[in-house]
Write a protein that binds this ligand. Structure first.
Ligand code: AMP
Ligand code: MN
Ligand code: MN
Length: 326
């Protein structure tokens, strides 16, 4: 699935005509959302466009693992976003809903460019740069920058490397193609500090996280008939460990290593009592399809949703039923 030439042309024309551009990534941003958003914001600023860059979730804070990203001063809270932008660009959001509080702004935007790589994306833009086979939204931003003849500096390379390294699971997942390595080679040549980036994202955790992970693994549950292992983290666990939800993203990567299961699930309780559900598959199950059934989304091997049920066991029963029925 490639992006039609017509969409590229329209995107380039809309960008070159716009004095002011509003940019937003999905709520609760990850490395790909943040990296893609910042890379293009930096490029637009250099080219003399006025920008506002944000995402629609509170509190408006850059997650601790990504504070090394350059030019964070270009980001501002969603309240500073124009109500009806002339040109708006979204990053890594598979649907309007993923924009959170900035969804109305996107609906009111005169022109809306959607940059994304979710196969489930419903093409909600007026211009859609969507490629379900791209390893990351950052890959599409890389191509857009090439087409805009923007040279890669260290800052932009750092942002795009962040998007690619996180969405390929450090070049482990199936989406790690020869093209991904060719792009990454260019990013390294442009000065992306890859050692510092992976040290910060993957090898630096508060001690509280390690204790919380130990407790979560201690109570790991096996649901053999559904080929699933799962565990859960309550707000009480978080308070005891003195860490936040943003500190425990890596827990699913520990759980998914269980040899007996294809599917790993971690339920993380939010402050409103509901659980954010992270799902990973080793290849047999399509967890994206399961997450979509429960109002979330994602990719075949990595997906998530927010459970309406306050009881992790009830949610797990529903997931098991979906997996066994599929
Ligand atoms: P996570 O487990 O939070 O790292 O999410 C894995 C992937 O699932 C993300 O890259 C998103 O594409 C997707 N995802 C997670 N939560 C949701 C949600 N509530 N709605 C739609 N997609 C989601
Ligand atoms: Mn994302
Ligand atoms: Mn992504």
């Amino acid at each position: 699935m490639t992006i039609p030439e017509r969409e590229w042309k329209e995107a380039l024309a809309a960008i070159s005509e716009a004095p002011r551009i509003a940019l937003a990534c999905h709520l609760g941003p990850d490395g790909d959302a943040l990296g893609s958003l910042l890379a293009l914001t930096i490029a637009f600023n250099k080219a003399g466009h006025e920008t506002v860059a944000s995402w629609g979730s509170e509190p408006f804070e850059v997650p601790p693992h990504y504070t090394y990203l350059p030019r964070l001063e270009l980001l501002s809270p969603p309240s500073s976003f124009p109500a009806a932008p002339e040109l708006m660009i979204t990053f890594d959001a598979g649907s309007m809903e993923r924009l959170g509080s900035l969804e109305p702004n996107a609906r009111a935007a005169h022109k809306l460019i959607v940059i994304d790589h979710h196969v489930s994306n419903d093409h909600f833009g007026t211009i859609n740069l969507i490629d379900g086979e791209a390893a990351a939204s950052a890959v599409i931003v890389f191509e857009l920058l090439k087409r805009m003849s923007v040279p890669l500096g260290k800052d932009i390379a750092t942002c795009l490397y962040t998007g690619i390294v996180t969405d390929t699971g450090r070049f482990q997942y199936k989406n790690t193609t020869p093209e991904v390595h060719r792009i990454t080679a260019e990013l390294l040549a442009a000065g992306a500090p890859h050692v510092e980036i992976t040290q910060t994202i993957y090898n630096t955790h508060p001690v509280g996280y390690l204790r919380l992970a130990a407790a979560a693994l201690e109570k790991l549950q096996v649901r053999e008939d559904a080929g699933m292992v799962w565990t859960w983290v309550t707000t009480e666990d978080l308070e005891r460990a003195k860490v936040g939800l943003e500190d425990i993203e890596a827990l699913i990567d520990l759980v998914r290593t269980a040899d007996i299961a294809d599917v790993a699930v971690v339920l993380k309780q939010q402050s409103d009592g509901r659980y954010r559900v992270s799902m990973r598959s080793k290849g047999a199950a399509d967890v994206g399809a399961v997450a979509t059934r429960f109002g979330g989304g994602g990719h075949a091997l990595a997906a998530g949703f927010t459970s309406v049920d306050g009881d992790p066991r009830a949610t797990i029963e529903e997931i098991a039923t979906a997996l066994l029925g599929a």
